[in-house]
Design a protein. Sequence first.
Length: 88
Amino acid sequence: MSDYEAIKTEIVKTRKHHWCHCCLETFPKGVKMQKQTLVGDGSISDIYVCESCQNILSEHLIEIENNEGEIEEGAVREWKLETQESEK
Ligand SMILES: [Zn+2]
């Protein structure tokens, strides 16, 4: 995972349903999501990030990224669970 690099980041209107890399929710087609094209390990893959995760990431990136500065799958979902627990 650490060898992946985002070569392209764009906002797209999805043409089919995609799940968000950060919160693992599935979003229907026709919504705006951030699409990141990642290259690494000899392959190219696309990940999608929903608008709400983009907002959370822009404010809490330091808390959410791992030690290598990467956003792991489900990282925002886990961050939300942790924040909710600490508020109890
Ligand atoms: Zn999301």
